[in-house]
Design a protein around this ligand. Sequence first.
Ligand SMILES: [Zn+2]
Length: 450
Amino acid sequence: MIPSIPWSKAHGVAFLSCPEDTDTTSPLRIATTEPHNEFLMALIESETGRRVIPELYTPLEIRNWYSSNGNAAESILEKMQSEKTAGKTSNWESEPVIELVDTILETASIQRISDIHFESYESYLSVRFRKDGLLVPHLDLPSWLKESVILRLKVLANLDISEKRMPLDGRFRYRTPSVDCSIRISTLPTRHGEKAVLRLLHSLKNNEGLEFLGMPFEMTVKIQRLFDKPQGIFFVTGPTGSGKTSTLYAGLRRVIQRQVNVTTIEDPIEYELSGANQVQVNEKAGLFFTNALRSVLRQDPDVIFVGEIRDKETASVALQAAQTGHLVVSTLHTNDAVSAITRLKDLGISPTLIADAVIGILAQRLLRKSCSICGGKKEGCKDCNFTGYSGRFAIFELLEASPKLNELILNSSTNAEILKEIPFLKLRDHAELAVKNKETSKEELERVLG
Ligand SMILES: [Zn+2]
């Protein structure tokens, strides 16, 4: 059997060498979270007829690998097109339609898409994903598939498939070995057929702890200790899409195991975090970060995740809470760890409060990983779509609270002074080490940190 992308997803692995290679003497390199799982390796070897060389990757890296390689739904679609030409038709109950819808849902789950729009136009059904707030085209399906795809979605959500003239809504759970997602669906009759919008609420896997983020071991231990503290505020900083939320969720998962009251205030809620009370900010209804935080504080919380701190009021309520027996974690949009202190000062927070409440600041970025097949050559290879890169990895810098740091904050020291006085490995140091180890390129380092 020739392994395909959906097949490897079902096993939670990614192929690093070309799976279509029919030369059975060449080994198959795979990325997996469980390189020591002999049963899984034996299974893959027996299914592919090739010797498997497993390499350890984090779940995040494997997800990123899928998001940058190939569109599995397109290949199913091609197969259906040729079957149709051969006179074979597909309806919502037929295997290819089920597989197509599954693949779209699975791709969206793996890429942590928040919404999927299925829009009926005269000659096609457009499938778009909302990612990082933007609605981007994923796939256009031919009009002969419009009805069966929408019907398949309705069947999944147990909706009345005979009702096409009225809006409907429902929900279902989508679960595979690699994803677990609860999905809300709503349909709307439009001029050229029904439109369906799916809102995805992702669950985190048990193995997505801090130790799987790919940070140096000592840093993992330090961050675990910060999450174990009874009070104080911990910030993760970086631009949008630098993986801040994944890091904080990984830490919160650890906290939840301690049987404490964990409450999050988010906009939007991106993942389902079982064991936590998640509050969605609703500005239209008058629920902002600030008043939500005040209400949460009346609910006897131990740990509070404030999605983002943008204004003075939220910042001061959060920092005061962190001084009075609560562990608060939050994010700031700054480029490095030290700038978070400046940012808080700019928001009007007193140096005393900052020095007293802040227990640590982690800055992070995602870098593209050099392709392991061609070694990241400029011209690339077919395994990396001729880009020289495959997957991404995070780099971090951690500024920990210390008496020295407090002194510098209280003396209104500049960033340069703090950097001079407190030695710690910077983002650039980690990135340069990665370049030295050939994990990424100098160009990529400059693109992200330049
Ligand atoms: Zn390559």
